[in-house]
Write a new protein. Structure first.
Lengths: 247, 226
């Protein structure tokens, strides 16, 4: 019993300062517009159940997409949209800005990740990639694809360098060159032939477009040459579309 | 092989790279013009004493990610209905849209043929396991509130999901299209209870004839926002 109480004491004494610190770190803003509308949920359809008048302060508790949960001085909690909250003032008197990730951030991005789907010489392809920006124009990408065909499955893994022609444009064409390994295995229901792994080289072109916040749309066409162990190289064309985000 | 790589580089890569090379210098020339202004113009007459204070983004706990697990039943066409368990991760892009990745697995049963014929086995034990992953796009079709009694109101959403992925079953990977409908209820700010219906569609010729198999899944899940 005593041990239990001691344990609780230790736990609470450790927790309370931590919680108090977390509470202290939350920003407090002053309403500058005639009023601030608080919704019951993070969406335009949720009813307004409370308004905070000019001059009163609210604490910003958390954020979900473009909605902010705020707490009034009377401990009422509700959701306010970003546009309204940006009309409030910080303690210093400056307007609050929540830098919604914009096109400016896109130009200054460092890392990018994305998923694409499409067609690889008649087979379906699902691909994931990660990229590191080296200069505004050049980036290095590492990626893997799963191939899902009617007669065979497989995967591709490789690296490629991407040259973005106009990084300052919202939609910019790019050129890519890369190499990697491809592994193909026939389906279990098809007559057994050997699995095989080959090196490939790839060249391609595509478009990358900034959509909103940290999201991009990407469409690309690639031409692959597989260096097979047979006399002839195998050539495969691939197109993919997908989305990516940067951070 | 090196010879072939050389031919590839010369034949395909070089023309495209050259096109790039022609564009880049033109762009560089544009930015060079700005540097030609006299230094005196560039230097300010009065240097302001007070530096402009940068408005820093306040530190706010942003909860756009959602992770959790689910369990339920999955019907695998011709192979019976079995329990399914899975993991889910989602990113909320806006109040209306989200991206979701799921991974799930289930064991499948025997086909009617295997049961009636007595000893015939279509698949071995490892081939009978089904696992899938998919990436899908979700739209919160009907956001709203649910009420329990007089005092409790919880935020909810009815959402549509559609996406694609891969299903590993019977020794093969199948390209899979996924579509579904889900209901999400939030008991508090950071916890969500999901009830989902999904259809995993893939082409198979396992039983001789090629067909699109519809594999329905009903699941209940729990996720946390962070």
């Amino acid at each position: 019993m005593r041990v239990g109480a001691l344990l609780w004491f230790c736990l609470l004494s450790g927790l309370v300062p931590a919680l108090a610190h977390a509470a202290a770190a939350k920003p407090v803003v002053t309403v500058a517009d005639p009023y601030l509308e608080m919704h019951t949920g993070p969406g335009v359809g949720y009813p307004v159940f409370h308004v905070v008048e000019r001059g009163e302060t609210v604490t910003i508790v958390k954020r979900r997409t473009e909605w902010f949960k705020v707490r009034t001085d009377h401990d009422r909690e509700g959701w306010v949209d970003q546009a309204q909250l940006e009309k409030t003032l910080q303690p210093s008197g400056e307007a609050v800005q929540f830098g919604a990730l914009g096109f400016g951030d896109y130009s200054a991005r460092r890392w990018e990740m994305g998923a694409l789907g499409g067609d690889f010489g008649g087979a379906n392809v699902v691909a994931l990639y990660g990229a590191r920006q080296i200069t505004p124009n050049l980036s290095l990408e590492v990626g893997g694809s799963q191939l899902l065909g009617s007669f065979s499955d497989g995967w591709l893994a490789g690296v490629n360098i991407v040259h973005n022609f106009f990084p300052e444009w919202r939609a910019s064409p790019f050129f890519t060159l890369g190499t990697g390994l491809v592994h193909i295995e026939p389906k279990a229901t098809v007559v057994r032939t050997e699995d095989r792994s080959d090196q490939y080289a790839q060249v391609g072109t595509g478009v990358r477009a900034w959509v909103t916040r940290q999201f991009l749309l990407r469409a690309e066409y690639k031409s692959y040459v597989m260096f097979t162990s047979r006399d002839d190289n195998e050539e495969v064309n691939e197109w993919k579309v997908g989305f990516s985000f940067f951070f | 092989m090196e010879g072939r790589l050389f031919v590839f580089l010369l034949g395909r890569a070089l023309p495209l790279a050259l096109a790039t090379g022609l564009v880049a210098p033109a762009l560089a020339a544009e930015s060079a013009d700005a540097k030609d202004e006299p230094a005196a113009v560039q230097q300010r007459v009065i240097e302001p004493d007070i530096e402009r204070r940068d408005i820093k983004e306040p530190r706010i706990d942003t909860e756009d990610f959602e992770v959790g697990g689910y369990g339920g039943l999955m019907s695998v066409e011709d192979f019976g209905v079995n329990t399914v368990v899975g993991l889910r991760a989602a990113y909320h892009i806006s109040e209306s849209f989200q991206l979701e990745a799921t991974y799930g697995q289930t064991d499948t049963g025997k086909t009617s043929y295997e049961l009636l014929s007595g000893g015939a086995q279509l698949l071995d034990d490892s081939e009978r396991k089904l696992s899938y992953y998919d990436l899908s796009f979700g739209w919160n079709l009907l956001p709203g509130e649910a009420f329990i009694g007089r005092k409790h109101a919880y935020n909810t959403a009815l959402y549509l999901m559609a996406g694609a992925g891969s299903t590993k079953f019977a020794g093969d990977n199948h390209f899979t299209a996924v579509a579904g409908l889900g209901f999400r209820m939030l008991p508090n700010d950071w916890l969500a209870v999901h009830v989902d219906m999904r259809d995993h569609m893939f082409d198979t010729d396992l039983l001789g004839e090629k067909k699109t198999a519809h594999n329905f899944e009903a699941q209940i899940g729990l996720t946390v926002f962070f």
